[in-house]
Write a protein that binds this ligand. Structure first.
Ligand SMILES: [Mn+2]
Length: 376
């Protein structure tokens, strides 16, 4: 382990060095998407043609073995471990004095989204895109939400960002737009991967009790440290590879699409999405652009499923069912869920399947029971 240092992406990579496939040669960004899918395990590209200094990392959640490393547990204990952590009270964040991503702070004309090795996921994507954890806050110092977004640069300091997948992100922007005010936003890339579980957490109503960042402390076993942004009134994790800051102007939309979806469709059309005006880009030396390919057999499906698998596991076990494993199968998007159960009575399996199809996101359309005890 990494002594008393705060947990970040680099401490995680050091602790799990043997599990990472390293690609030392220079790779063209046009090839990244296909290479990531073929890697089928955590993969780091050490050099990207035309983007000196940058590295690209993906597939930290591709299967239960990878997820177990993030949670520092065993593959057959991932859901029990995560369920326990999500059941704990939130851990307040605490301020830090310094942040490695401030090693390079680019503002004004120096900030250039096009200098980052964004890449197309599918062949029909309109432009290279960037996946980031998006932090925004309700007006008047309200609740802070953390969620993933796909940003597509449309200029050096402008990017559309896909708002469709996060109800909280949509609601917070709507509150700012109703006041006719620009919304401050920060996009965070490359934290300890446990943060990403909470950025994938989508549960209605939680903002009244906690923001996602406050639950990350339970996943990494220490409070999340934050620092103020440089150009917007928001706090961001102090231990990140890169932070993009900016403002979302009210009422402005720009077409985005086509693009992949978690449900394995390649969405054919374009849709109007909000636009972030970038005010600063901060990054560590030799930054690691942790990215999420959104095509099939990537992190996209398992990461979206993971926190919701743990919540459903908790609920089914609280109802007295001997659930052993529960899995939104990646080849079913997030629409098919397999539950491994040791039933104790007639009709129990049917009840469990009906509960699995209940009103919770993601919304499986198909639930399958697998009986007995099986090692995966
Ligand atoms: Mn939320």
């Amino acid at each position: 382990m990494s002594g008393g240092m705060p947990k970040d992406l680099r401490s995680f990579l050091d602790d799990n060095a043997e599990s990472i496939l390293r690609v030392p040669g220079t790779v063209a960004r046009e090839h990244l998407s296909a290479l990531i899918v073929q890697a089928a395990r955590p993969v780091m590209f050490e050099a990207i043609d035309g983007f000196p200094g940058w590295r690209v990392l993906d597939l930290l959640f591709v299967d239960r073995r990878a997820q177990a490393r993030v949670l520092d547990t065993e593959p057959d204990n991932v859901l029990a471990c995560l369920a326990t952590a999500l059941d704990k009270p939130p851990v307040p964040t605490r301020p830090a004095d310094a942040a490695p991503h401030r090693q390079n702070v680019l503002t004004g004309d120096e900030a250039d989204l096009l200098a980052l090795p964004c890449f197309r996921h599918g062949g029909k994507d309109p432009a290279p895109a960037l996946i980031a954890m998006n932090i925004c806050r309700e007006p008047d110092g309200g609740a802070v939400n953390l969620s993933f977004t796909r940003m597509t640069p449309i200029g050096p300091r402008r990017a559309t960002y896909l708002i469709g997948s996060s109800p909280h992100q949509r609601a917070i922007l709507a509150a700012w737009e109703a006041r006719g005010e620009a919304m401050p936003m920060a996009c965070v890339i490359g934290t300890h991967p446990a943060y990403e579980i909470m950025a994938s957490y989508s549960v209605p109503g939680h903002l009244a009790e906690f923001g996602e960042l406050e639950m990350v402390g339970n996943l990494i076993g220490e409070p999340v440290e934050t620092v103020p942004c440089q150009t917007v009134p928001l706090e961001v994790p102090a231990h990140a590879e890169a932070v993009i800051e900016g403002w979302v102007q009210p009422g402005v939309r720009h077409d985005d699409g086509p693009g992949p979806s978690q449900a394995l469709y390649y969405l054919p059309g374009a849709s109007p999405q909000p636009v972030m005006e970038v005010s600063a880009i901060a990054h560590r030396d030799r930054p690691i652009l942790r990215q999420h390919n959104t095509l099939m057999f990537s992190d996209h499906q398992p990461l979206i499923g993971l926190p919701h698998e743990a919540l459903l596991y908790t609920r089914l076990r609280a109802d007295g069912h001997d659930v052993r494993e529960l899995f939104y199968v990646p080849w079913g998007g997030t629409l098919a869920c397999v539950v491994q159960i040791v039933p104790k009575s007639d009709g129990e399996v049917r009840n469990v399947l009906m509960r699995t199809l209940g009103p919770r996101g993601p919304h499986p359309k198909q639930a399958v029971a697998r009986l007995g005890v099986i090692k995966i």
